[in-house]
Design a protein around this ligand. Structure first.
Ligand code: G3H
Ligand code: 13P
Ligand code: ZN
Length: 327
């Protein structure tokens, strides 16, 4: 199967009460770990590329690796794995155009930091070009907190999506899906200790997502696919392995998986996960180095990193997204 858009995936996910996993990719091992999990679980998949990933690995390498994953699924598993290739957090018309021209089937234009009118203007411009080329567009209203290479928003500058804005925004832009802010956040440190409570083991428990906003948004946009960014759950088992093997990640905390599962049964059709991939790979590589200080062949430590990604993604597909068996 060729690379596909997310249109059909989202329609089925909306009607079926599950979500598609959108995983960030930067290199071959990450792409292989994710796609092997999706093949085994017969799960439709979105592989997304940030501006930072594109400058790290180059567009052509990532595109060819993703094409290789599609071919591998067909040849080794005899299975047509539907993969959507998506630009994550596109920050300009020119970047979106370059990804569309370069074979992506979906782009995000993220002008959520601009005024409502400016967000509409640029999103509309991207939608016109994308739709002319058979590509779908994700836009964003509301601002998530968090710090990543290409995303840097302080908690005090974040804002929940205003449900009263969504209908006008979608109508005037023609976007195909909408990312909203309901309390998720980018990165491995989603909340400060002061924003959380602690359980009996001393672990941080984050504030609940604003399901009331999600409900109101979907009431105003019936049948329309909603996207959640910043949706890593920051599994504490990985944080513990990292910290036990020379790492330093105090108080890393994510979104509880039960809350993501609940969102997936609602209007949320796409759930973005990047930090959990980083944590899985880093944990296993750190552990490998600690256990095998003599190893220096990258295959020796990248292999367990890739296996950790595969196991983590399989868990998400089955227990969080609910999209296993849907491809
Ligand atoms: O939301 C941001 C993604 O985690 C991508 O991060 O810009 O560091 O590649 P990046
Ligand atoms: P996390 O940092 O929670 O993995 O979010 C990733 C993301 O939203 C990519 O766009
Ligand atoms: Zn994001």
């Amino acid at each position: 199967m060729a690379i596909v858009t997310s249109r059909d995936m989202f329609k089925k996910a909306y009607d079926g009460g599950y979500a598609i996993g959108a995983f960030n990719v930067n290199n071959m091992e990450i792409i292989q770990g994710i796609t092997e999990a999706a093949i085994e679980q017969h799960a439709p998949l979105i592989l997304q590329v940030s501006k930072g990933a594109r400058s790290y690995a180059k567009h052509v390498y990532l595109m060819k690796l993703i094409e290789a994953a599609v071919a591998d699924a067909e040849q080794t598993a005899g299975f047509d794995l539907p993969i959507c290739v998506h630009l994550d957090h596109g920050d300009s018309f020119e970047l979106c155009k370059s990804c569309i021209d370069g074979g992506f089937s979906s782009v995000m234009i993220d002008k959520s930091g601009e005024s409502f009118e400016e967000n509409i203007r640029i999103t509309r411009q991207v939608v016109e070009y994308a739709h002319d080329h058979g590509v779908v567009v994700e836009a964003e209203l509301g601002t998530l907190a968090g710090v990543e290479d290409e995303v840097n928003v302080k908690a005090e500058d974040s804002s929940y999506t205003r449900p009263e804005d969504v209908q006008e925004f979608v109508e005037r832009t023609g976007c195909d899906s909408l990312a909203i802010a309901i309390g998720t956040s980018h990165g491995a440190y989603k909340f400060t200790a002061a924003q959380c409570t602690r359980n009996e083991n001393g672990e941080l428990i984050p504030p609940p997502l604003r399901f009331d906003i999600l409900e109101e948004v979907s009431r105003r946009l019936p049948g329309f696919p909603i996207v959640l960014h910043g949706s890593s759950s920051v599994p504490q088992e990985f944080v513990r392995i990292i910290n036990a093997n020379g790492g330093k990640m105090p108080d890393a905390v994510g979104i509880p998986e039960e809350q993501l599962r609940k969102a997936a049964t609602m209007a949320v059709c796409k759930i973005n996960i990047d930090s959990d991939l980083r944590l899985a790979m880093t944990a296993k590589i750190r552990q490998h180095f600690a256990e095998h200080p003599d190893h220096f062949d990258p295959r020796q430590y990248l292999k367990p990193g890739r296996e950790a990604i595969k196991a983590m993604v399989e868990h998400k597909l089955i227990h969080v997204l609910g999209c296993n068996g849907k491809a």
